[in-house]
Design a protein around this ligand. Structure first.
Ligand code: OOG
Ligand code: NI
Length: 458
């Protein structure tokens, strides 16, 4: 029997990202307010900064801006992680990067599921920061055994989702009707449940061990805990949040404000306190929050080392976790230390600090095949025959992620774990290696160079 045409994984991801956003807006009205604020700010920035508008036009980011968002979930078992990997694969999302949050006192390690090719990212840049709880960090053996049993009992995927994942794997994709059903079924895994699977005393015990442990173990599924739109000016949004009844965290995570943004800047507002029906009593739990982010250029290993060095120096000098009381000093220290990071794209490129994409210009195309066409990339750039644009950072930052976790779990959640990072253990649970994000940036950059050579010199 001929099978109906398959829907591309990119289309499924795009549909899923929209469905998730609609679900979350219904569940958390402040998310809707934040989206409106971000859209308003982005329009204003594009109107007032024609150079930025042109840059985003050239890279294609302007078309993906409105649909750009990331979410986060926290899982409890290897089975859950491996299966979510298969679920995300149906929508063309691969595990990129390994993040260990334990040095920052959060008992998880994580990856980000996302599209990997620039064309797929252009179709839908949706990503999900996915953490696996490290149960081995629960010191009390009885509590650990209880957590393991509770997690073993739950089924976070619907039978329909599991069947469609298998179907997609066996047939190399889904047809339109199955893809629509897959989106509906997959969404159920991320839904909020106002009922817990444990008693209120058990919840308290888990929560006393770590708030995050309760958030994973006491519930039926890994509710999406935030969904983050991308803004073009995070300082403007941060300043406008209180006027919309939203209280942001004290400091913006990531690099300070710059002319040429690097990596990722993020801010969030506190988790909501929500009513929960425990198996024996009413209570409450806070897990879901709001976040916004501004993305800048991806850094090379050399650029990243400089970023880490300057960030650590500023934090060491502050001598404490950034908080409400030291926020102004933190901002000042960050600005001071980051003076050592070049703030023009030309300097960053010359010094090998960041990744870029290269685009042939009209002038370059007109000079194709003529004697005056320069023969090297640098020559083409100097002649204005190739335009250089920053390659946007698509990933996350462990120190920032820890700051986001902490601010939403409360200061009481700070623990000290003397364990080693364990990427091998994480990948064993996942059932496959994670992808090195730096290799992806390198490949995208190289493809753009090849395309220029092809278009201008071949
Ligand atoms: C994830 C926090 C990390 C980010 O944007 O860095 C994160 C979580 O709270 O589960 O989403
Ligand atoms: Ni986030």
């Amino acid at each position: 029997m001929p099978t109906a045409a398959r829907v591309s994984p990119d289309e499924i991801r795009k549909g899923f990202s929209k469905a998730m956003s609609d679900m979350y807006r219904d569940e958390v009205p402040l998310y809707g307010a934040l989206m409106a604020l971000v859209a308003e700010t982005n329009t204003r920035v594009l109107d007032s900064e024609p150079d930025l508008a042109q840059q985003l036009q050239r890279t294609g980011e302007i078309q993906r801006l409105d649909m750009e968002r990331h979410g986060a979930i926290r899982l409890g078992t290897a089975y859950e992680l491996a299966t979510i990997g298969r679920l995300f694969a149906v929508m063309g999302m691969q595990p990129v990067g390994y993040y260990d949050l334990t040095p920052a006192g959060v008992p998880v390690h994580s990856t980000a599921f996302r599209a990997v090719h620039e064309q797929a990212l252009q179709a839908s840049p949706f990503r999900v920061f996915t953490s696996l709880l490290r149960l081995e960090l629960i010191e009390n053996p009885e509590l650990r055994a209880f957590a393991e049993t509770a997690l073993a009992k739950r089924a976070i995927f619907t039978p329909g989702a599991l069947a469609l994942i298998e179907q997609a794997e066996q047939h190399g994709g889904l047809n339109a009707a199955d893809a629509a059903e897959f989106i509906r079924q997959a969404l159920e895994t991320f839904r909020w449940h106002p009922t817990a699977t444990v008693t209120s005393a058990q919840y308290r015990q888990l929560s006393d061990q770590h708030r995050l442990i309760a958030d994973v173990v006491a519930f039926k599924g890994p509710h999406i805990n935030h969904l983050t739109p991308r803004t073009l000016d995070i300082d403007q949004v941060q300043a406008a949040m209180p006027g919309k009844g939203i209280t942001p965290k004290a400091v913006i995570e990531g690099p300070p404000r710059r002319h040429c943004p690097i990596l990722l800047r993020q801010t969030s507002f506190k988790a909501l306190d929500e009513p929960i029906a425990f198996t024996d009593a009413q209570g409450s739990h806070s897990a879901r929050f709001g976040e916004i982010e501004q993305r800048g250029v991806a850094l090379t290993p050399k650029g990243r080392a400089l970023y880490d060095q300057l960030l650590n120096a500023a934090r060491d000098e502050l001598g404490a976790f950034p908080n409400e009381d030291n926020a102004a000093r933190y901002t000042q220290l960050m600005e001071q230390h980051f003076e050592a990071f070049p703030d023009t794209y030309a300097q960053m490129r010359e010094q090998g600090l960041a990744y870029f994409r290269y685009f042939p210009t009209a002038q370059g195309l007109a000079a194709r095949g003529t004697a005056e066409q320069p023969r090297t990339v640098d020559g083409l750039i100097a002649a204005g025959h190739v335009a250089v644009e920053p390659l946007v950072y698509e990933d996350f930052l462990p120190v920032s992620a820890a700051g986001i976790f902490q601010s939403n779990l409360g200061d009481a959640a700070q623990s000290h774990y003397a364990v080693n990072s364990n990427q091998a253990e994480f990948e064993k649970a996942l059932g496959r290696p994670t992808i090195d994000e730096l290799k992806l940036y390198g490949k995208t950059q190289q493809r753009s160079v090849d395309e220029c050579t092809q278009a201008l010199l071949a």
